[in-house]
Design a protein around this ligand. Structure first.
Ligand code: GLU
Length: 461
């Protein structure tokens, strides 16, 4: 499972392949049981083998051995008191993976599934994603195994404050800049920023991104991941004489990424017929009414099946992975990791899907990617396709540094040009290594090269 055409490679390719395999084996040995992290490393490293044939100096300098080991991992207790007065204890994480090209940058995830493997896989992916944006940001990620579902506002606030009381010791505008991810949105960032400011006695706005617009947040940051996903995908479609116009689109999830991907895809003439949450999916053959979804998700913080109360003609199906059984032209998985497995990939391919582009982080399993690529379906890998969010976070950092606020149009224009460049760089890297059209391999190589060059210049650190 190498995602690269082995027949095209010459005899020299053995160096790269052996090196990559050695490091993958070491990662599996050292990170036992951490499946998500092992899979993320395997996916990236298997694309990189040909790079080491061209650059044996990277092997000598142990670039990969250093790259797969986080620079720092922070694990901490998060005690808080719930509304009943009961003491609760969660586990907090921050992985500072790689700072070769800039301060650590990446979101915080609050979800019961969060553990060392998940945070490490996300942090590892973030290194290459952030590099692809062309902006000076290193890779990091964090979070807690806290379940925000059903918690009161006050409970969320107390949790965020307790979490920040430890995290604040390890972050800073030039050191590590967290943001949101699953379970962490504007509300949580607001509570964390307020507490950071209080206990550090400083107004360093650049310490967190995704802030509210009244205290240093950037216009278009909320929309950026979803809009960016569609900009990137449109570019990939255009390169293959296709477009969103008149296409049927299935989008999983109903959070921030899914909502703004739906908006932009619809603006480009597509019909988005389905959205989901962790309980099930809604199907609306007339096209999803986004106002209804936003009211449910952003205002009421409810479940997606409530859509039927406003649109009774829509269907609700229990079980979220079944969403991939809907026939569509374009699939945008925007829910979570591993949501498209081998079986779902086969169904999508069988139903004639033309493109799959990832809004979530690692939503397709390694087995699913192999099926999608072997079938010749256009594939936009997460680290390229969903990089718009973190790119806009870096634009927020710039605005904070300059004490300026750009207009929505200015930020959106920059976002569009970043997403176009990511596609261009990934597709050119794929071409350079004899893998025309393989955006997965191209994104991994393009993202890796900048980090590797920076690491080479900075010595063994
Ligand atoms: N959590 C988002 C991601 O996966 C955004 C991170 C950020 O803005 O720092 O890229």
């Amino acid at each position: 499972m190498y995602y690269i055409n082995k027949n095209k490679k010459g005899a020299g390719s053995m160096i790269g392949e052996q090196y990559v395999q050695k490091v993958i084996d070491q990662v599996k040995q050292r990170n036992k049981g951490e499946k998500e992290f092992q899979d993320a490393v395997t996916e990236v490293l298997n694309s990189l083998a040909p790079v080491f044939d061209k650059h044996p100096e990277y092997v000598q300098e142990g670039i990969l051995e250093r790259l797969v080991e986080p620079e720092r991992q922070i694990l901490f207790r998060v005690p808080w008191v719930d509304d009943n007065g009961t003491v609760q204890v969660n586990r907090g994480f921050r992985i500072q993976f790689n700072s070769a090209i800039g301060p650590y940058k990446g979101g915080l995830r609050f979800h019961p599934s969060v553990n060392a493997s998940i945070v490490k896989f996300l942090g590892f992916e973030q290194i290459f994603k952030n590099s692809l944006t062309g902006l000076p940001i290193g890779g990091g990620k964090g979070g807690a195994d806290f379940n925000p579902k059903g918690k009161s506002d006050r409970e969320i606030m107390r949790f965020c404050q307790s979490f920040m009381s430890e995290l604040c010791k390890h972050i800073g505008p030039n050191l590590d800049v967290p943001a949101g991810d699953i379970g962490v949105g504007g509300r949580e960032i607001g509570y964390m920023y307020g507490y950071y400011k209080k206990i550090r006695s400083t107004n360093d706005q650049g310490v967190l991104t995704g802030k509210g617009l009244t205290f240093g947040g950037s216009l278009a940051r909320t929309e950026a991941t979803g809009f960016g996903l569609v900009y990137f995908t449109e570019e990939m479609l255009k390169d293959n004489n296709l477009s969103f116009n008149r296409k049927t689109v299935v989008i999983s999830g109903s959070g921030n990424v899914a909502i703004y991907a739906t908006q932009k895809a619809t603006e480009l003439g597509a019909k988005v017929v389905a959205l989901s949450d962790s309980n099930g999916y809604i199907y609306d053959e007339n096209g999803i009414n986004l106002d209804v979804v936003r009211e449910i998700k952003e205002v009421k913080r409810g479940r997606i099946k409530e859509y039927l109360e406003s649109v009774p003609s829509a269907k609700y199906v229990e079980g979220c992975t079944k969403i991939w059984e809907i026939k569509c032209d374009i699939a945008l998985p925007c829910a979570t990791q591993g949501e498209i497995n081998e079986e779902s990939a086969k169904i999508l391919v069988g139903n004639g899907v033309k493109a799959i582009s990832e809004g979530a982080n690692m939503p397709s399993t390694l087995e699913a990617i192999e099926i999608i690529q072997n079938a010749g379906i256009l594939f936009g890998p997460a680290k390229a396709a969903n990089a718009g969010g973190v790119a806009c976070s870096a634009l927020e950092m710039s605005q904070n540094g300059m004490r300026l606020s750009w207009t929505f149009e200015e930020v959106d224009e920059k976002l569009q040009s970043i997403m176009k460049n990511i596609y261009k760089n990934a597709s050119e890297a794929a071409k350079e290594y004899g893998e025309v059209g393989n955006i997965l391999v191209g994104a991994n190589i393009a993202g890796f090269m900048k980090v590797a060059e920076a690491m080479m210049s900075q010595g063994i650190v």
